[in-house]
Design a protein around this ligand. Structure first.
Ligand code: PLP
Length: 404
């Protein structure tokens, strides 16, 4: 038997993260000297704040470099519990209702591993962040999709939710603000979904609030357990420091939820990675307890870029783009370009062919909508310098005009 034949069958249904694959291809082309502008990466171009770095140097000097409790030190759990109370009006007991993992990814994965049995369904509004379906499959679950397109600002509608829920649904996944669309639910919109969920008492709710702090135009952020308190005992409120604090490499994510679920997630983690990095936990305590004023300065920059990118895209024939509430993504439709031909005679028949065309002809890397479950769209990350973004918009505009 070859090594390939030895691989587990559970891998056959999952694909490696397509966003990472495109970023890697763009990086490769860049290394070959091709002047690629990458709009595919899902991380801020800002650096981790200095006060976080300084607290980390201190933690290292003090010897906080050993194993810690599996799902987080008492200090980080206390800081997270305070954060939930201060920012979300949510009361989670630091000892029993908080868990900390190696990035938001591990926390979500632990939750699926701790709960899914074969046949259990995970309801995921599409477009979705690429990892939810594959994580559910790896944990023996079955992803089910419910469409939420641009006509509803990419937000799950109560009637569609009701129609999609079944007796097999174990989880509903919400992600607000969303990757890939940037759309965020208001308190009222969440309450309307909550009304439906009240009729389905066996469904648990996983809310991925990773982009909570990246909202613009005075949007008032809300999370479902906060605005539907009667759902709190079946909601897992997930968050992390990767995006708002520009700490993607530090690998810390966390969640608040019902004690039995939190305990089970800790059990999964205890037999896989054990504790997240001790030093990164110390850094996160500093991030969550420090002065958050840097965020509003950064958000002003993000908002300016979003507005520029949305305006530019909407002025390109065949492309239309909604203006989202948050995150650092936009998710334009290219429906009006389908059927056109490139100068080399290739047909634009899908968002994948459009993304390939942009990479080759304009040297701009974007992620095709097929990766996120709603076509024909593409995702632009505007977490890159305003100068590079302007250049990218000029290149995309030219490439679009060159189509016939
Ligand atoms: N959730 C969403 C919606 C994301 O976009 C990402 C990262 O891209 C994550 C979770 C994972 O975050 P982390 O890097 O902390 O694992």
């Amino acid at each position: 038997m070859t090594v390939t034949e030895q691989l587990a069958s559970r891998l056959s249904d999952i694909k490696p993260s397509p966003t990472m694959a495109i970023s890697a291809k763009a990086a490769e082309m860049k290394a070959e000297g091709i002047p690629i502008i990458g709009l595919a990466a899902g991380e801020p171009d800002f650096d981790t704040p200095d006060f976080v770095k300084e607290a980390t140097y201190k933690a290292i000097a003090e010897g906080q470099t050993k194993y810690t409790a599996v799902d987080g030190t008492p200090a980080i759990k206390a800081a997270i519990s305070e954060k939930f109370l201060r920012e979300n009006d949510l009361s989670y007991d630091a000892k029993t209702e908080i868990t900390v993992g190696t990035g938001g990814k591990q926390v979500l994965y632990n939750a699926f591993m701790a709960t899914l049995n074969p046949g259990d369904e995970v309801l995921i509004p599409a477009p979705y962040w690429v990892s939810y379906p594959d994580m559910a499959i790896l944990a023996s679950g079955t992803p089910k999709f419910v469409s939420a397109g641009p006509e509803v600002n990419f937000k799950l509608q109560p009637n569609d939710l009701r129609a999609a829920l079944t007796t097999k649904t174990k989880w509903l996944v919400l992600n607000s603000p969303s990757n890939p669309t940037g759309s965020a639910y208001s308190a009222i919109e969440l309450q309307r979904l909550g009304e439906v969920l009240k009729d389905f008492p066996n469904v648990m709710i996983m809310t991925d609030d990773m982009y909570e702090h990246l909202v613009y135009d005075g949007f008032e952020y809300a999370t479902i357990a906060q605005v539907c308190p009667d759902l709190k005992d079946r909601t897992l409120t997930c968050n992390g420091v990767s995006k708002a604090f520009a700490m993607t490499g530090w690998r810390i994510g966390y969640a608040g939820g019902p004690a039995p679920l939190i305990k089970a997630m800790g059990k999964v983690q205890s037999q896989s990675t054990s504790n997240p990095s001790s030093v990164s936990q110390a850094a996160t305590v500093a991030a969550l307890t420090g002065d958050p004023s840097f965020l509003s300065d950064r958000n002003k920059v993000f908002k300016g870029r979003r507005d520029m990118v949305v305006d530019r895209l909407n002025n390109m024939p065949g492309i239309s783009c909604t203006k989202p509430e948050g995150a650092f993504y936009v998710y334009p439709s290219l429906e009006g370009l389908i059927g056109k031909k490139t100068p080399a005679g290739q047909s634009i028949d899908s968002d994948s062919s459009f993304a390939s065309y942009l990479l080759d002809a304009a040297q701009v890397a974007v992620v095709p909508g097929v990766a996120f479950g709603l076509e024909p769209h593409f995702r632009i990350s505007y977490a890159t310098s305003t100068e590079a973004l302007t250049d990218a918009m000029n290149r995309i505009e030219k490439a679009v005009k060159d189509l016939a």
